[in-house]
Design a protein around this ligand. Structure first.
Ligand SMILES: [Zn+2]
Length: 415
């Protein structure tokens, strides 16, 4: 080395000769890369794993997957149901399962049954049946069905109605308790199969709400017809060519009339105002003894259509009580003052216990007979007169007309 350098130095001019570097300043040779620039170990090409590591990882993964699947299965929501018998409503709902996934699965599940869908399903079932419902739980995990069988008790129903004179009896298919009702039935203290609705002077229609011991309820229509007032009588039976003589009021009793009745056995029906009869009780007892009949013409002869229902009823009932107490016979017939026949008059007479409202078809007054159709008197007609001056003359004249036509006065039937 020294030789070569020397030789080169010799060939090159001196001025150009490059001074030799001090040995210690020479660039050191770098046989290896510095540790500072080495590739990190992790980024190095991985070392091929060993077989037991792969096996461990596999076992761990399988166990994890199995745990997840088990958790999903355990946490699946299920169906809860409740049946309300009062309205036959079946409520289906979802309930959370168990485990860590229960809440998450419940939030992502729904229910479907009989065309309804949601977190909660309401179904109305038919009473008296066995209902089978199969709701489906639609879950992220799986769809499952859960059949449910519900026994629905029968609802109360009306099987029969019995209408009597006093009430309407409604028969139910099973014992019921009345929750509310129109037409004022007498409320039973216990469950009954027959409920009675009293009949009044007006018809009643409404609903009755009943409940059975099973909890079943029903709202059913009820109709209660009004008391049927007795028909108004304008004619009596025509049998035997009978005619009927009636004399109203009673303020002026007539002794000649009484003598005529006795002499010719004339049957007369007196419709008496009780307050007028009270003034001549002896006369009316003689009248009764002579074959006369005494019937109801109210207490004081008011226009009943202008009174309240209670006051009008009392007009009939008060007179009937008085006449009964004086003459020993309760009147069954009545005649409204002024001939005013209205629905109220009929109803009140009925409520007072009277059987018939008797009107007339002919009137004898001031010596003249007038019939409802202006024709001659015929069999079955009821003739009205009044206890007024001239009664004797009118009664005599009437008897003459009847006899001329072959008609026979008869007592007015009291029933
Ligand atoms: Zn009168």
């Amino acid at each position: 080395m020294e030789d070569k350098d020397s030789e080169q130095a010799r060939r090159v001019p001196t001025a150009w000769r490059r001074p030799a570097w001090p040995t210690r300043l020479r660039r050191p040779t770098l046989p290896r890369r510095s540790a500072l620039f080495r590739r990190p170990t992790l980024l190095r090409r991985p070392v091929r794993p060993r077989r037991h590591t792969i096996l461990a990882l596999g076992v761990f993964g399988a166990a994890f997957a199995a745990a997840v699947l088990a958790g999903l299965a355990w946490g699946r929501p299920h169906v809860m149901w409740h049946f309300r018998t009062s309205d036959n409503r079946l409520t289906l709902g979802l309930a959370a399962g168990h485990g860590p996934f229960a809440g998450w699965l419940l939030s992502r599940s729904s229910l479907a049954a009989s065309g309804h869908h949601g977190r909660q399903v309401l179904l109305s079932l038919h009473p008296g049946s066995i209902s089978r419902v199969t709701p489906n739980v639609i879950s992220v995990w799986a769809t499952a069905s859960a059949p449910i069988t519900v026994h629905v008790p029968p609802a109360p129903a009306i099987t029969r109605r019995t209408i009597t004179r006093a009430s309407v009896a409604v028969h139910f298919s099973l014992p019921v308790t009345i929750d509310s009702a129109a037409c004022r039935p007498s409320p039973p203290s216990a469950a009954v199969a027959t409920v009675r609705f009293p009949r009044g002077i007006r018809a009643c229609a409404g609903n009755v709400e009943v409940s059975a011991a099973s909890g079943e309820t029903a709202r059913l229509p009820v109709t209660v017809p009004a008391l049927i007032p007795d028909p108004v009588t304008f004619f009596g039976p025509p049998d035997g060519r009978a005619v009927y003589i009636t004399i109203d009021d009673g303020w002026l009793p007539s002794k000649p009339v009484l003598r005529l009745m006795r002499a010719r056995h004339v049957p007369v029906t007196a419709f008496l105002i009780s307050s007028a009869a009270a003034e001549h009780l002896g006369y009316w007892r003689s009248f009764q003894a002579a074959g006369g009949l005494i019937e109801d013409h109210t207490v004081s002869h008011p226009d009943l259509s202008k009174l309240s229902l209670a006051a009008a009823t009392e007009q009939w009932a008060g007179a009937a009580r008085a006449l009964h107490s004086w003459f020993g016979t309760a009147p069954t017939l009545c005649r409204p003052p002024y001939g005013g026949v209205t629905r109220k008059v009929l109803d009140t007479a009925h409520l007072a216990g009277l059987l018939k409202v008797v009107m007339w078809s002919a009137e004898m007054a001031r010596g003249r007979l007038s019939t409802y159709d202006h024709r001659p008197l015929r069999a079955g007609e009821i003739v009205i007169l009044h206890w007024v001056p001239g009664l004797y003359h009118n009664l005599s004249r009437l008897l003459h007309i009847a006899a001329a036509r072959g008609l026979h006065p008869e007592p007015l039937p009291t029933r």
